[in-house]
Write a protein that binds this ligand. Structure first.
Ligand code: ZN
Length: 563
């Protein structure tokens, strides 16, 4: 019965344009305030496409969040990073709504979560309530908006996923009213010579191309001369009406002499493919300039399923004496479209700008495993760590090694193994593998210590070294003092920090009983809510223990009174 229902939806979906595939006007908005977006679906984020929309909450936390439809809670997750406090609600029409970075949950769900946290003695929990165990009705308050997890400011991250295959879909395709009459903004156009001997304006390397705005609002590129197989890439963003935020565009379509060469859009994608974003954008350009150019051609190692149509993978074979008219259409969900015309003349030409020679002593063959001995450490890249073969820059050292730089994207984890045998057993205890950024600031890379070797798995290239952390974490009360009366206080808060390896675990007791401390790494704060009612004694002893990633530990003991 259920299967047939979804099959029917699927068959309808095949015949209808994007918008009509999804239920219209079934779901209400998750907030009471007008929907103003700080982020759109498919937006280019670091190593992933944005899987929902970010709704601005007027720089505030604590706005009531409503269930967009009747349903049942299927998943609750509380974590320090990522979605922070997140709630998943399955609806009978086959979609699941997701609400993230929440400050707290609605009363019934909050109680359910607290119970689990006290049972597991952990702030971080993940639960999958039984179907129907936690029912919600459309418009019911299920949570309060916040800024938890990897969120840079108060907002609601909101998603609608297909409940069957788990794919996130574009929430703007469900009939939500978001004011947008503004065309996408074009920031830059780039030409890519792709085949051996291909040239664009006498360049064998990627080249930026000029364009001017026409009276009808479209853009016209200066005439391009080219030969061989070439492709184009653009840097663009979309601005909506009510906010200055630079959001992602919805679709890019490329036609050559009237024929569609490539077209992709952000109706939906799968989490399994999201990291292939690094093959859609010009990754090296992003490393150099912090700009995300989207390629209008598909690289051989690009496994994204976002393409509506492709001809010759979006690559244009330019022949001598032939003219080509390329049109790029960049649009948002509301249908506002920016048009760019690129006239191309096929012409043999002299090469004036050559490809930058990137030859080094070492070469990585992407589809084979690769091992390198760099003195202080060995590096192992499993097959398919990288998208393509390339010359890798490796620097050996007695303490520090450098593995290329992040102008190349790693798709999978690779392994770095340090030999710590020259250090004493005492030193080794407090040492860890650190990644050093361009300013030599170290960050902890999860270090596994086994007989005679320290190992880490990472997808970040660059410089690694061993660092010793001999300083234990710090714990300082934030809103109370020793022997203070705290009768009117609703919470206790303390600052916890660690200088080098970072905080691994923390725990607290009140008069010997475990209490829930909510940890907010962004503000280095742990907070206890007196409403949890763990102790009703007048004399209270608070004990907090924090341990860093190499095992240095600090215990704070404080006393206060409360009636
Ligand atoms: Zn978001």
């Amino acid at each position: 019965m259920r299967c047939n229902f979804f099959l029917a939806i699927f068959l309808i979906a095949l015949q209808l344009p994007a918008q009509k595939k999804y239920p219209q006007d079934t779901f209400r908005p998750p907030l009471e305030i007008p929907l103003v977006l700080a982020g759109t679906f498919g937006e280019l984020r670091s190593n992933h496409f944005h899987s929902g929309m970010d709704i601005k909450t007027q720089q505030r936390e604590g706005l009531p969040v409503f269930a967009i439809g009747d349903g049942t809670v299927t998943r609750i997750k509380v974590s320090h990073w990522g979605y922070g406090k997140a709630l998943y609600i399955a609806h009978p029409n086959g979609y699941t709504s997701v609400y993230a970075h929440l400050k707290k949950f609605g009363p019934e769900i909050e109680e359910y979560v607290k119970k689990a946290q006290y049972e597991k003695q952990s702030y971080e929990v993940e639960m999958f309530p039984d179907y129907g165990e936690l029912k919600v009705t459309q418009g019911g308050t299920i949570a309060y908006s916040g800024n938890t997890g990897s969120s840079a400011g108060p907002h609601l991250h909101f998603e609608i996923r297909n409940s069957v295959n788990g794919k996130p879909t574009n929430p703007l395709l469900y009939g939500y009213e978001v004011r947008d009459a503004t065309d996408p903004t074009l920031l830059g156009l780039y030409g890519y010579p792709l085949s051996e001997g291909a040239l664009i304006n006498q360049s064998a390397d990627k080249i930026q191309l000029n364009y001017t705005r026409q009276s009808d609002g479209s853009y016209l590129a200066d005439k391009v001369t080219a030969i061989g197989t070439i492709g184009f890439g653009i840097n663009s963003f979309d601005r909506l009406d009510m906010a200055a935020n630079k959001n992602g565009v919805y679709a890019i379509k490329q036609t050559v002499n009237g024929r569609v060469y490539s077209e992709f859009d952000f109706d939906s994608f799968s989490f399994g493919e999201t990291r292939y974003i690094n093959t859609l954008i010009d990754y090296a350009h992003f490393y150099d300039h912090r700009q995300k150019i989207q390629k209008c051609f598909k690289e051989p190692y690009n496994h994204l399923n976002i393409y509506e149509s492709l001809y010759n993978d979006g690559k244009i074979k330019v022949e001598e004496g032939v003219s080509y008219n390329t049109e790029l259409l960049i649009s948002d969900v509301a249908g506002n479209t920016t048009k760019l015309i690129i006239p191309i003349d096929g012409k043999k030409q002299e090469e004036k700008i050559s490809k930058i020679d990137k030859t080094t002593e070492n070469f990585v063959i992407a589809d084979k495993p690769n091992n390198f001995d760099l003195g202080a450490a060995k590096v192992y890249f499993p097959a398919s760590t990288f998208y393509e073969d390339f010359f890798i820059n490796l620097e050996k050292g007695s303490d520090t090694i450098t593995i290329h730089d992040n102008s190349v994207a790693a798709h999978r984890n690779f392994t770095i193994s340090f030999d710590p045998s020259k250090y004493s057993a005492e030193d080794r205890k407090q040492m860890f593998i650190a990644h050093l950024d361009s300013k030599s600031r170290s960050s902890y890379s999860k270090t596994y210590k086994r007989d005679g070797s320290f190992t880490t798995r990472t997808r970040t290239l660059g410089t690694y070294t061993l660092v010793k952390d001999s300083i234990a974490p710090e714990i300082k009360p934030k809103n109370f003092k020793e022997k203070q009366w705290l009768s009117n206080y609703s919470y206790l808060s303390l600052a916890i920090s660690d200088d080098l390896s970072g905080i691994d675990t923390y725990s607290a007791t009140l008069n010997g009983k475990w209490i829930l401390m909510e940890y907010e790494p962004k503000t280095n704060t742990i907070t206890y809510d007196f409403e949890d009612n763990i102790s009703n004694e007048t004399e209270c002893e608070l004990k907090v223990t924090v341990t860093d990633n190499v095992g240095n530990s600090t215990t704070f003991v404080g006393n206060f009174f409360r009636k």
